[in-house]
Design a protein around this ligand. Structure first.
Ligand SMILES: Cc1cc2nc3c(=O)[nH]c(=O)nc-3n(C[C@H](O)[C@H](O)[C@H](O)COP(=O)(O)O)c2cc1C
Length: 242
């Protein structure tokens, strides 16, 4: 009898990066929509949700994007592609949404916990996310964090490039939720970072400051769609107990 533990384990075991999908099949595009809705529930840094999910559905756009993905089979044979995008420039509105949510949740309370929660989105987040074009603010924060960190534990990843990493972490978690959800509905995926980011952004009409974390192709695996047996280094080489 299967329980949720074995179902989850089977999902993770059976997910593979598929490089060739079946052609001329009925592909249910609604599954992608549902899986993306689940992906929005992924954990993300400070709940800022600085991500967007761009679906590439039309044949014409898929063909163009497949070329941009260096002509990879995983892209060329896909029934749909999804670009996971980070949007650092939306930080102000996202911070406001979070602050408003907290205000509502605390319902007029003015105790220390409520004040601290609001301060997080009204003071700390603007301090960390506000960046000038050249990253000088971030260098300032880095120096500030270095000196504060001499006396007590301090977050060190505060530069403009650190924030990029932070956003891509959250977007990657969303991609993983998405791929697992697709797998649960009987479809396959392949995450890809092998693409021309400039051309991809142009095709999707993304602004300069947006970045694509990865493009995930979707479809039904072809009989020869998995190129090799799965292999991983030994658990003792990557799992450590302290
Ligand atoms: C961030 C990222 C980028 C990847 N880029 C590509 C890619 O461009 N093309 C490709 O065929 N596979 C790509 N992969 C898939 C990996 O090669 C694959 O996950 C790895 O070989 C392990 O195989 P498995 O996913 O079947 O377990 C990527 C995976 C990740 C996580």
């Amino acid at each position: 009898m299967s329980n949720s533990k074995t179902v989850f384990s089977e999902l993770i075991q059976s997910r593979r990066s598929v490089r060739k999908y079946e052609q001329n099949i009925e592909f249910d595009h609604q599954v992608v929509g549902r899986s993306l809705e689940l992906a929005t529930l992924s954990p993300n840094s400070s709940n800022m949700q600085l991500w967007e999910f761009h679906r590439i559905i039309s044949e014409d756009k898929r063909e163009q994007l497949a070329e941009i993905c260096m002509g990879q089979n995983a892209a060329k044979t896909a029934s749909e592609l999804v670009a996971f995008v980070v949007t650092p420039y939306k930080w102000k509105s996202r911070a406001e949404i979070n602050a408003a949510h907290i205000r509502q949740a605390f319902d007029g309370r003015e105790d220390a916990t409520a004040k601290r929660a609001l301060k997080y989105y009204e003071k700390l987040i603007p301090f960390i996310y506000n960046n000038d074009r050249f990253g000088f603010f971030g260098i300032g924060r880095k120096i500030f964090s270095y000196f504060l960190g001499q006396r007590k534990p301090m977050v060190r990843e505060v530069s403009k490039s650190d924030i990029r990493v932070c956003l891509h972490k959250s977007s990657s978690l969303a991609a993983m939720t998405f791929m697992t959800a697709m797998q649960a509905e009987g479809y396959d995926t392949c995450p890809m970072e092998g693409f021309d980011s400039q051309r991809a952004k142009k095709l999707l009409g993304l602004p300069k400051q947006a970045e694509i974390t990865m493009i995930v192709s979707c479809g039904k695996r072809a009989a020869d769609g998995i190129y090799s047996d799965r292999h991983r280094v030994a658990h003792q080489d990557v799992i450590f107990n302290h």
